[in-house]
Design a protein around this ligand. Structure first.
Ligand SMILES: [Zn+2]
Length: 332
């Protein structure tokens, strides 16, 4: 059994996803996949859930995908275990979005300079708007995260781009194409399958785009008040105005002045719904809703799938988000 440890199990061990006792992690005698191993020929490591979904769709049966962010964990401030760094080093392809997860960017730079695939090199990232930057300046934020000072320092270094690129279906399709080409390089025998899979997933993403375009064409309001500013791509593409209470990073606490500003805007624009998220605390959004008489609803930034997600994969959560938007914005 030990010598037959599959790459999938090896990757799971590396990512700390299974217990050592259950899978024999760390006891394998150097076996690199035996007769009982999976048929997958390419190992892919991804930083955040939407990229995992994309890699699984594009790679199909020919890849083993390991996601670095545990389900239910908030991806922005992910820290990697030594095993996860090892998985990054050993993967054939590491798909990430620079600027989203400093620890992953760093691991790719050091361990996977040739195998890293940065979504930011495949599509143009939008600039984080004024007020969307990382606002860690207030006392509370620093007290809470004092031990991560270095990471926060690093956070500020990524040139002010918005990393939430997966909320734009069209850019996701472009990333699928880029990934298919990279997988084809890693595994030429399955190149046709990767390209066909990318075409299929692009068609699915096109359908989502059409549904959003149609569903958000005629709405009473176009103001999108959200907890953290994850929805800039969506707002850009479907002509909505995003008002983020916090910045791009959900950990940044809004100042009392920012809270008052958002509350004022909610009242002036007759905003009926403040959106909360699945992985972040709804407390601040609820406070503003209470103050202004608005209600709250979930708009999932798709940073991970949990029991509380309004769907069990990328397309179903995107579809649930569209319904939540149509309801909140009173769309025809
Ligand atoms: Zn985010």
């Amino acid at each position: 059994m030990r010598s037959g440890m599959s790459r999938r199990v090896a990757a799971a061990c590396a990512a700390g996803l299974v217990t050592a006792a259950a899978a024999g992690c760390g006891t394998a005698d150097g076996g690199d996949g035996g007769p009982q191993g999976s048929d997958a020929s390419v190992s892919v490591v991804t930083g955040v859930y939407p990229l995992q979904w994309l890699a699984e769709r594009v790679g199909g049966e020919h890849v083993d995908v390991t996601n670095l962010t545990e389900p239910g964990a908030e991806p922005h401030d992910l820290e990697l275990s030594p095993r996860q760094v090892g998985a990054v080093a050993e993967a054939d392809v590491v798909l990430h979005i620079s600027g989203l997860q400093p620890a992953v960017d760093e691991a790719v730079a050091q361990q996977a300079p040739d195998t890293g695939l940065d979504a930011a090199d495949l599509v143009e990232l939008r600039a984080a708007e004024e007020g969307e930057g990382h606002e860690h300046g207030d006392e509370d934020g620093h007290e809470e995260h004092g031990e991560h000072e270095e990471h926060e320092e690093h956070d500020h270094d990524h040139g002010g781009t918005d990393p939430h690129v997966w909320l734009d279906p069209e850019r996701m399709a472009a990333i699928a194409d880029g990934l298919a080409e990279r997988l084809a390089e890693a595994d030429a025998a399955d190149a046709d399958a990767f390209r066909a899979n990318a075409e299929r997933v692009s068609a699915e993403l096109d359908d989502l785009d059409s549904a959003y375009r149609d569903g958000l064409a005629q709405c009473a309001s176009r103001d999108l008040v959200t907890s953290h500013t994850a929805f800039g791509y969506l707002a850009d593409r479907y002509d909505l105005t995003q008002v983020g209470i916090s910045g791009v990073d959900p950990d940044s606490e809004p100042s009392p002045a920012r809270m008052a500003e958002v509350a004022r805007l909610v009242e002036e624009h007759d905003v009926t719904t403040i959106f909360t998220e699945t992985l972040a605390s709804p407390a601040i959004a609820e406070t503003i809703a209470e103050e202004t008489g608005a209600t709250t609803a979930v708009l999932d930034p798709l940073e991970g799938i949990t029991d509380r997600s309004p769907g069990d994969d990328y397309p179903s959560v995107m579809t649930a988000n569209l319904e939540a938007l149509r309801m909140a914005l009173s769309c025809d």
